[in-house]
Every structure is written in structure tokens, then in C-alpha cells.
Design a protein around this ligand. Structure first.
Ligand code: AMP
Length: 289
């Protein structure tokens, strides 16, 4: 018998399920996703299961976090496949609201997190983090989980969400999960399917390059020189580089000179596909963590 997982589509049904668990004294973790699930998402489910009694996964492709020329309409969607994967991974409930449930007619309230959203991905994608912050605030208020799990893959997003729950006094623990990679180092992403075979071939250079930048920083090289060398290497390999940046891992403040504790973050384009990745300083021993 194939495993099945219950799916709810309204806030009302979601709250009814959660109320029953709470009454039984069970803790709840929320894992927000946009679907097209891969092993990176499923690792967050496993992490959530290790920390809470019940795991709810939301699947919602959030239109307000996409720019007008971005891929909202073509973003991969595979609900049946996602439900099968989540059942197998042992999640307990899927919350998959439709657009009208999340943004009813007349919806006008948005959540804007300052400072942290102003550069890096915030520069190339104006309004992106406002869209993320708004939907995550709604998901947290709809489900009121004990914790919510997000991937370090979207490192700036993770910090934005930590800031938002602190600033708005939302009572939830935000948990970060490590980046899951392919054997060649490429970070799993629902957008990797957009890459042509030729683009996919050079994609591993992104992680290799930022890993090298992190290794050079750990050996004492200055932040500016290391990040410039990384940008040069990526451009020479055929990437269009948005940024290679060395930042404070907690505040994302720019760093220069020698650094011992930092995060190297990068965003690049391969053709039309935007890829992001990041690595801690000092970096993990293997390039294929
Ligand atoms: P998305 O469906 O792309 O919005 O991602 C949903 C969640 O999965 C976010 O918290 C992402 O950071 C996380 N995630 C995406 N890719 C990975 C990955 N390769 N490793 C770990 N977490 C990931």
C-alpha cells in the first residue's frame, strides 16, 4: 500500500488539525516550501521530525515574491509527486492553500523587514523579501507552530525570517538546516531543472569557487581580494556574476580585511537561470559536504 498524507487547503482545516495535536500535548514544526520537492526539502522534514512531534509542510508558490519578469508562471509544480515524497519522508500533514485562500480579494497588508533586505539578493530582486516576509508571517500566524525550519541555502532569507519573528514578537523558534548538495557540489534547487546540459556542466564551479574563497579567507587573505578573485574566476568560467560577498554571518554587514568568522555568499546567472549559494568561513573540509 503506498503511503498517503493528509492535505488541507484552508486555514480553518489547518487550525482544526493542529488544535487536536496541541490538545494531546504534541509539539509542531512547520516546513514552508514552494513544492517541486527535492532531497534538500526532505532533509528539512527529517530535521523537523527530530525536533518536534508533528511536522506540517506547506506547499505554496507565492506570487508576491516573484518579480514581474521572473518565473512565477513557469516555476515547477508537481503536487502529486510532492505528496508521495512527503508521505515517504514521514511528514504528518500538508498545507496547500490556493491563491484566494492566502490572498483573499482586497488583501493589502505587507511585511517589510529593513536593513537585512537592502542588498545582496534584495538589490537584484526588489520586493522579493517583502513577499517572502509577508507569506512567512501569514504561514506562522495560520499555524502557530513551536518551530519553523528553513534551509541555509537561502541564507539571507533565513536571517530575514529570524529578524522578522524577533521584531514582531512571533513566538516561534526558527531552525536552520544545512545545504544539501549533489555529489559534484551543486546545491539542490527546484530551479536546477532550468539548466541546459552545458550549463549544468559548469554549475559545480559556483560552489567550488566560493569554497575556495572561504578557504583563502581562513588562511588569512583579505575579504576584498578573496571575493574579487572569486568573481574573476566565475566570470572567466562563463557565469554572469551578480555578487560574491563576504559578510558577517549574523548581520550580513560587509567585511573587509582579514576575517575569521564570516559567510561567503554568491548569486550568479547561467543563461537565464539565477543560482545562489553560500558557505561558512572556515569552510567544511570536503567540497561536497
Ligand atoms: P523553496 O521551495 O525553494 O522555497 O525552499 C523551501 C525551503 O527549502 C527553504 O527554506 C529553502 O532554503 C530550503 N532549501 C532549498 N534548497 C535546499 C537545499 N539544497 N538544502 C537545504 N535546504 C534547501
Amino acid at each position: 500500500m503506498p503511503e498517503v498524507i493528509t492535505t488541507v487547503r484552508t486555514v480553518k482545516d489547518l487550525r482544526a488539525r493542529l488544535a487536536a495535536w496541541r490538545k494531546a500535548g504534541e509539539t509542531v514544526a512547520l516546513v514552508p516550501t514552494m513544492g517541486a520537492l527535492h532531497a534538500g526539502h526532505l532533509a528539512l522534514v527529517t530535521l523537523a521530525k527530530s525536533k518536534a512531534d508533528r511536522v506540517v509542510v506547506s506547499i505554496f508558490v507565492n506570487p508576491i515574491q516573484f518579480g514581474p519578469r521572473e518565473d512565477f508562471t513557469t516555476y515547477p509544480r508537481d503536487e502529486a509527486g510532492d505528496l508521495a515524497k512527503l508521505a515517504k519522508a514521514g511528514a504528518h500533514l500538508v498545507y496547500a492553500p490556493d491563491l484566494a485562500e492566502m490572498y483573499p480579494k482586497g488583501f493589502t497588508t505587507h511585511v517589510k523587514v529593513g536593513d537585512l533586505t537592502e542588498d545582496l539578493c534584495g538589490s537584484a530582486r526588489p520586493n522579493h523579501f517583502e513577499g517572502v516576509a509577508t507569506v512567512v508571517t501569514k504561514l506562522l500566524l495560520q499555524s502557530a507552530p513551536d518551530m519553523a525550519v528553513f534551509g541555509e541555502k537561502d541564507y539571507q532569507q533565513l536571517l530575514v525570517i529570524k529578524r522578522l519573528v524577533r521584531d514582531l514578537d512571533i513566538q516561534v523558534e526558527i531552525v536552520g538546516g544545512e545545504i544539501v548538495r549533489e555529489g559534484d557540489g551543486v546545491a539542490l534547487s527546484s530551479r536546477n531543472g532550468y539548466l541546459s546540459p552545458a550549463e549544468r556542466k559548469i554549475a559545480p564551479l559556483l560552489y567550488q569557487t566560493i569554497h575556495d574563497v572561504a578557504a583563502h579567507l581562513a588562511q588569512g587573505e583579505g575579504a576584498d581580494a578573496a571575493s574579487e578573485a572569486g568573481r574573476f574566476k566565475l566570470e572567466a568560467a562563463g557565469f554572469r556574476v551578480d555578487y560574491v560577498a563576504v559578510r558577517d554571518p549574523d548581520t550580513l554587514a560587509p567585511l573587509s580585511g582579514p576575517v575569521s568568522h564570516a559567510r561567503v555568499l554568491a548569486a550568479v546567472y547561467l543563461g537565464k537561470t539565477r543560482l545562489i549559494d553560500n558557505v561558512p568561513v572556515p569552510p567544511p573540509a570536503s567540497t561536497n559536504r
